[in-house]
Design a protein around this ligand. Sequence first.
Ligand code: MN
Length: 202
Amino acid sequence: MTDNTLYEYKQKRDFEKTQEPVANKKKEETLREKYGTPLFVIQKHNASSLHYDLRLEIDGALKSWAIPKGPSTDPGEKRLAIETEDHPIAYALFEGIIPEDHYGAGSVLVWDIGTYSTESEDSLKDQYEQGRIEFFLQGEKLTGGYALIQAKLGNKDENWLLVKTDDEHADARRNPTTTETKSVLSGKTTEEIEEAFNAKDE
Ligand code: MN
């Protein structure tokens, strides 16, 4: 793993105060044994505004996008995905509370996790750099093709769009962010994670 890509991640956090992980080989190995590689994770993050963080393992780090409306299974829906800083691989297992007054304060739940693949001849890194990533998710909630398309090609634009490919896994009627709200790791909902934390606090 190159440390460079995690510089911003580390700068933004005080690891004595937040339980979010720094790069952690042991957790990485656990993840690989359980799920394989390359990993993807979607974390439901109830911060100052609720969003879903899609993270794709590319070149030793988790490339990350914050999706305010979350992923859709409807190919007719384009979802804004705002690129954020790279996260360490071990972050895919993070679920819990980011304390008040810290970057990203709020609760984090592992909404979906698994591996993904690409059929493109271009590597994932090249696709990322070209601003168009076509990939196939093998998750517990989401499966099938998706594309992430940078809004302004060739420009350093943090805005991308996430679109479901029109394949056999597409389903315009399914609304997984509304109907499937539990963590795939703990089975807890966002409310349950927050209540458990608040109860401990009192
Ligand atoms: Mn987030």
